[in-house]
Design a binder for this molecule. Structure first.
Ligand code: DX5
Ligand code: ZN
Length: 239
């Protein structure tokens, strides 16, 4: 008999694709539809070419929702600004491996933890999983970018799922199980590729907010991703 263990996949909709003039409405819609986290894409116009949102919005979101705030920092010098975001109410603070050098990654993780938040480390498409092997046992989340960071609505980069598998392997080798988040071009057509390889948190921007009904789109993504994960856990014959 196959024992089925239901393992929901978490969905963290990216509000970069929301309607900025109706942010409260859009956040309430995803909360009502069962979003697990809210993904907040912070860009500084330097680490990436785009400029987006910052501390004031994180503070407002903290008051407006009880969903955990998943803050993705696409900024240079993250060490300087991590305390601002943690103090503003970020529950998960993710910095980019490519934005730090020397022992700054360790300092960043220590700072995030010291401020009571969960730490995530993100890698761009060109960065191998092996680059963060030392950090995997220290963080609560590893974010695998499946597009070049900077803009929502891009197409999923084929092969990103292999990096998800490598991160899962690296985590298993250390006996840890951080959340494996995938960000970029994820929707109904691409999610199974990464979920089958072990992704357990999906960031979805356009797939949710560009839909006619973000709430229905989110429910469909949540349902399909958890079904794919459940089948993957039962073994290849179930897929
Ligand atoms: C890209 C951002 C993503 C983006 C995702 O740099 O980190 O979170 O908003 O948007 P979609 O899902 O539309 O690719
Ligand atoms: Zn993001």
């Amino acid at each position: 008999m196959v024992v089925t263990m239901f393992e929901p996949v978490m969905i963290s909709p990216s509000i970069l694709s929301a309607d900025f003039m109706n942010m409260g409405r859009d956040v309430a819609a995803i909360e009502g539809a069962g979003a697990d986290w809210v993904h907040v894409d912070v860009m500084d116009g330097h680490f990436v070419p785009n400029l987006t949102m910052g501390v004031p919005l994180v503070k407002q979101l903290k008051k407006a929702t009880s969903m955990p705030l998943d803050v993705h920092l696409m900024i240079s010098n993250p060490l300087r600004q991590i305390p601002w975001f943690a103090d503003a109410g970020a529950d998960i603070v993710t910095f980019h491996f490519e934005a730090v050098s020397g022992d700054e990654a360790f300092q960043a993780i220590e700072t995030i933890h010291g401020l009571g938040a969960k730490a995530g480390v993100a890698i761009k498409p060109g960065t191998p999983a092996s680059a963060v092997a030392d950090l995997v046992p220290l963080v609560e989340m590893v974010l695998v970018m499946s597009v070049e960071p900077g803009f929502s609505g891009q197409s999923y980069i084929e092969g990103s799922e292999d990096k998800v598998a490598e991160v899962v392997q690296a985590a298993r080798a250390c006996g840890v199980a951080p959340t494996i988040q995938v960000d970029g071009g994820i929707g109904m057509g691409t999610l199974s590729r990464v979920v089958e390889k072990g992704a357990d948190c999906l960031v979805c921007g356009n797939a949710v907010f560009a839909a006619d009904s973000p709430a229905s789109a989110l429910s469909e993504i949540k349902e399909l991703s958890s079904r794919v994960r459940d089948m993957a856990l039962q073994g290849p014959e179930a897929l």
